[in-house]
Every structure is written in C-alpha cells, then in structure tokens.
Design a protein around this ligand. Structure first.
Ligand code: GLU
Ligand code: ZN
Length: 296
C-alpha cells in the first residue's frame, strides 16, 4: 500500500535514544511506507548536542530496521533560514528584543501584582518586561509579541479559525480538528522566544521552517510536545507555511509510570541491544506489532 506520506523523525542528539524514541521512529517509519521517511538531526542547541550521539542515533535506527533518505538534514547547518524567518517576523512588527535573565523573569513574576505564575510549553510565561522597551536586537533574545501576532492574523475570531488535524497514532482513520485558542496563546503561552541569545534561533522556528522546507505531510511525536503545536500552527500562519497533519502519540513509561528521559540510559535502545534483545523484543515492549504480523 502506498501512503504518499512524507514522515520524519527529528531527534536531538543530546543523548541515547530510548524506547520512547523507538516508538516515535517506528510509528513514523511505518506510516511512511510507500511514501518518504526523513531523519532530521535537531542540533541547534550546540551546548548539548554531540556528534557521537548523532552516530549512535543512526546506528540504533538502522538496527531497528529503519532506513531514511539521504542527505540527512542537520539544523546546525540551516541557521540562516531560521534567522531569515525571525527577521521576517521582525519586519512585520511582531517581535521585540528581550534582555531578561531567568532571574529577572522570576523576580517579575513574584511581584504581588502579577498573580500566580503560569507555566507554558517553554517554562514560565513571560511577564512582558521588555515588550515596549525598544531594546536593540544585538545580543538580545527575540520574542514574539503575541498580542500583535493575533492582531496581525485578524484578531481572536480569525485565530479561532486556524486549526490543525490530529490523527490517532494507529492511523485507524480517527481524526479531529483542533482550533487555536487566543486566550491560551496570550495567557498560557505568551511572548515566546523565537531566537535565543546564545544560538540565534529556537526549536519552534527551526521545526516549522524545516517541516515546510522538507514538504513534511505528517508530524509524529510524543504527547509531551502537544502543547507546542499551537505555537507551531501560529508560526505557520504568520509565515505562510504549509500545515502538516499531527500525530501526538502516547508516552512510553517505565515500570513506575515515569516518563523516559534521555539521560535514563537504563532504557536506552542500546542497553537492551547489548543485553541481547532482538528488534522484535523492543517492538513488543513498546506495544508495536513486529512487521511480519502487522500485515496479516
Ligand atoms: N527534536 C525534538 C526532540 O528530540 C523533537 C521535535 C519534533 O518532533 O517536533 O524532542
Ligand atoms: Zn525581557
């Protein structure tokens, strides 16, 4: 069966792949059968990314039976595209430069008039300190001015008409359209960072630029990233980018019900491999039918 899907697996090379990554990659890889499967290395965070983890990722994916198109895109080689996107948003009047440290933000949020601090997808929702300060961009972080972004798109009612389609992870045909919520954007997400001071970009900008540039039709990733998707949908609308389908899958947990983290080497695919597990053992552990039986 030919799907025609363009699917991608987009790990950050900051640690070994664990069973949750195996679930993401295999789900995307299977949905790409008859279409295209891309591997994208999300290494914009040069302080944490390491070439040896990239090599280990490729080795583990190949061991799982996956193959992907070459060349593999590396986000560290595409920084000028992300910068251009942020510059466009700036030219549209939708950004501001922010010189706050984490400490400044915490202190502002503990001021009595601020109310309870809200945690958004990127941590504490920015309290707006630099919004109208007119700082120069040089050496500062660049934030999205959320109010202006909503106004630019035509206001709350227009934003509510922006949707993305969520598919169920097994592709049994169930789907739902999720609309953006301007209240959530303003108060639960806020003026997010588009370009970090140290790396000149952010995950959100890099991911929407690359998904569009690579013609990705389906984004498969864990539910932990679901809160970031409204940000991605908003950026797609502002930058005129294509909108893929989304499939946010269940998270693989350890025996205690705790989410797996990259630093948890005990659940690394590599650890199981070295302990003598087969690919089928890994698939069974994460609830994916090994291939030969999936088709029967
Ligand atoms: N690079 C991200 C991560 O490793 C995933 C990005 C995505 O799938 O959108 O968590
Ligand atoms: Zn600031």
């Amino acid at each position: 069966m030919s799907s025609g899907n363009v699917e991608r697996f987009a790990p950050s090379p900051t640690g070994l792949l664990h069973l949750g990554h195996a679930f993401s990659a295999l789900t995307a890889g299977r949905a790409a059968e008859g279409g295209r499967f891309l591997l994208r290395i999300e290494d914009i965070d040069t302080t944490r990314s390491r070439p040896e983890f990239e090599a280990a990722i490729c080795e583990d994916l190949a061991w799982l039976g996956l193959s992907w198109e070459e060349p593999v895109w590396r986000q560290s080689e595409r920084l000028e595209h992300y910068r251009a996107a942020v510059d466009r948003l700036t030219a549209m009047g939708l950004t501001f430069a922010c010189t706050c440290t984490r400490g400044d933000i915490k202190a502002a949020l503990s001021a009595p008039q601020e109310g309870a601090p809200v945690h958004g997808p990127d941590g504490l929702v920015y309290p707006g300190i630099c919004r109208d300060a007119g700082h120069p961009a040089e050496g500062a972080a660049i934030r999205l001015h959320m109010d202006r972004a909503i106004a630019h798109l035509g206001g709350d009612a227009a934003v509510r008409r922006l949707t993305f389609t969520e598919l169920d992870e097994g592709d049994r045909g169930e789907r739902g359209d999720i609309a953006l919520d301007p209240e959530l954007l303003r108060h639960g997400i806020g003026d997010i960072v588009l370009a970090r001071r140290d790396i000149g970009t952010s995950y959100h900008v890099a991911v929407v630029i690359d998904d569009a540039a690579q013609g990705v039709t389906h984004v498969t990733r864990g539910r932990d990233l679901f809160p970031a998707t409204p940000i991605h949908r908003l950026l797609q609308a502002l930058l005129g980018l294509s909108v893929p389908f989304y499939r946010h899958h269940r998270l693989i947990r350890d025996e205690a019900g705790k989410r797996l983290a990259k630093r948890d080497d005990a659940r690394a695919i590599r650890t199981y491999r070295e302990a003598g597990w087969t690919q089928e053992d890994v698939m069974r552990a994460i609830g994916i039918e090994p291939c030969d039986r999936a088709s029967s």
